[in-house]
Design a protein around this ligand. Structure first.
Ligand SMILES: [Zn+2]
Ligand SMILES: [Zn+2]
Ligand SMILES: [Zn+2]
Length: 510
């Protein structure tokens, strides 16, 4: 995860056409970057950076020199992106802004893990949904605001753990209900009256309802794990899994261990972070997918990638070792082209030397990471201080993007219908971290349409708030609060929630 960034964007310049770009690299990072048009063009050749392997030096040192030299794309996005410059780790999307780890979306803003969705804002793991706001783990939903763990729900606010519900407010654990408020069935007339009170777009009202929502959650009983259709598997947020051990946020996965964030087809994989879509026999890699096979120790390799070792940012590449930023190549080592026979004999020689040096079988050293530890996804899951990172020799970025003290608006109106149009020209101040932030025009239109107050926190604080709404990627042994049976759960034993085994939970809910 220390090799993966999906949180900060900087301004930079294309090293080829000189146009200004939105960049994944902080100012001062020594790596050259090209705009997406230049990077994906034939105007440059990654093989021109190729070098001969030196058997008298450590492989990782030689690889690191190559990795530093070959130009990166300014952001890791595919070229099927329209009007979506301010994105990273994103593809096949249109009119998106500040979304990360996102694909097949349109008009989505401030999101993480958004797939096949439209008009969603401030969402985290939001799939096949529309007009959702401040939602976490929603699937097939429409018009939800402040909801979590919901499927096939619509036009509702403050729902958690609901399926098939519509026009409900402040409800937990409901199935196929309509017009409920605080888990109570109302008549349509009663509901409409409560709804009018609840949906004024007032910030103070929404805060009061949020407090009520949190209190309700403490009285609810929770399912030990979020899993569906799993067989002989352990993990959480696991769907359609067979023999998957210790896997989190995965679906359609078989015979795999220690994987996270893999969707749509994974078989026989170990230690993979991100993203799947048909991968098989892969090991100790991240950000790999799209029909890829037999990859080990790779970063961001995809599109029918096959039989790669120690490669980074390779697309449609097979049978390569220690290569970076290649497209559609075969039999290369350290970005140098070989014949098939030469390739195999040199590969064998390098593996023998790396084994003797205790390098082979290990991932790239973290000291060589392309970004600061604090810029990477590792900092979300395993936060470290600068001192910790420096003691290990890991890179650290001192100048994270941030503006402070430039605010031009101190007091926001309480209700969205009182907020004037010119708010989009103002600079706001985050109530939590004091960072300055802005409201974009599309965002204001969304808040007005959906009667949602303007947020008081910056985009980054909002994202981390949503991140912390989910349980950690850990499992604990705990006794079911109903039947006493021992079970595995993502709720640590000291947490106040009441947790049921799957059997007891299903009896209560349906
Ligand atoms: Zn360019
Ligand atoms: Zn903030
Ligand atoms: Zn039980």
């Amino acid at each position: 995860m220390a090799w993966y960034t999906e949180r900060y964007l900087y301004s930079g310049q294309c090293g080829l056409c000189r146009k200004n770009v939105v960049s994944q690299f902080a100012t001062g990072n020594p790596r050259t970057q090209y705009c997406l048009d230049c990077w994906w063009s034939d105007k440059w050749d990654p093989l021109s950076y190729g070098r001969a392997y030196d058997p008298n030096r450590l492989f990782f040192d030689q690889f690191h020199e190559l990795e530093l030299a070959v130009p990166y794309a300014c952001t890791t996005n595919d070229t099927v992106l329209l009007n979506s410059d301010y994105t990273h780790q994103t593809g096949h999307s249109k009119n998106c802004y500040l979304v990360f780890h996102t694909s097949l979306c349109e008009d989505c803003y401030y999101g993480y893990g958004v797939k096949k969705s439209r008009n969603c804002m401030d969402v985290h793991y939001c799939h096949e949904s529309e007009l959702c706001y401040e939602c976490v783990d929603v699937l097939g939903c429409y018009g939800l605001t402040w909801c979590q763990d919901c499927q096939n729900c619509s036009e509702s606010r403050f729902l958690r753990d609901c399926i098939g519900c519509s026009e409900c407010i402040l409800c937990i654990g409901l199935r196929n209900k309509k017009h409920c408020f605080l888990n109570e069935q109302l008549t349509p007339e009663e509901y409409r009256q409560r709804c009018a009170e609840a949906q004024t777009g007032s910030y103070s009202m929404s805060q009061a309802m949020m407090a009520k929502y949190r209190e309700l959650q403490l009285r609810h009983h929770w399912k030990c794990l979020q899993t569906e259709m799993t067989e002989d598997s352990t993990g959480n947020y696991l769907y359609r899994a067979r023999d998957a051990q210790h896997c989190f946020d995965c679906s359609d996965i078989e015979h795999s261990r220690y994987c996270s964030q893999l969707q749509l087809g994974t078989r026989f994989c170990h230690d993979i972070f991100q993203f799947g879509i048909e991968i098989e026999l892969c090991y100790d890699s991240l950000s790999i997918g799209y029909n890829s096979y037999d990859l080990a120790f790779c970063v961001t390799c995809m599109e029918s990638a096959a039989r790669l070792r120690y490669c980074m940012y390779c697309f449609g590449v097979s049978d390569c070792f220690g290569c970076v930023q290649l497209r559609h190549r075969k039999f290369c080592i350290l970005n140098k082209q070989y014949t098939e026979n030469e390739y195999h004999s040199l590969r064998t020689q390098i593996i023998a030397k790396m084994t003797a040096d205790k390098e082979y079988g290990e991932f790239f050293p973290m000291q060589h990471c392309a970004s600061g530890y604090n810029e990477s996804t590792a900092q979300w899951w395993y936060p470290k201080t600068k001192d910790d990172a420096m003691a290990n020799g890991w890179p650290w970025e001192d100048n994270l993007p941030r503006t402070e003290g430039k605010e031009t608006l101190d007091n926001l109106h309480d209700r969205i219908d009182e907020v004037p149009d010119d708010v989009t020209g103002k600079v706001l101040r985050c109530e939590k971290c004091a960072r300055n932030f802005k409201i974009i025009a599309q965002e204001l239109a969304f808040y007005r349409l959906r009667s949602i107050p303007v947020p008081r926190r910056c985009f980054d604080c909002r994202r981390m708030d949503r991140f912390h709404l989910r349980n950690p990627r850990k499992l604990w042994g705990r006794a079911c609060a109903k039947c006493g049976k021992s079970m595995e759960t993502s709720y640590s034993p000291e947490r106040p929630e009441t947790v049921y085994c799957e059997e007891c939970y299903l009896k209560e809910v349906y």
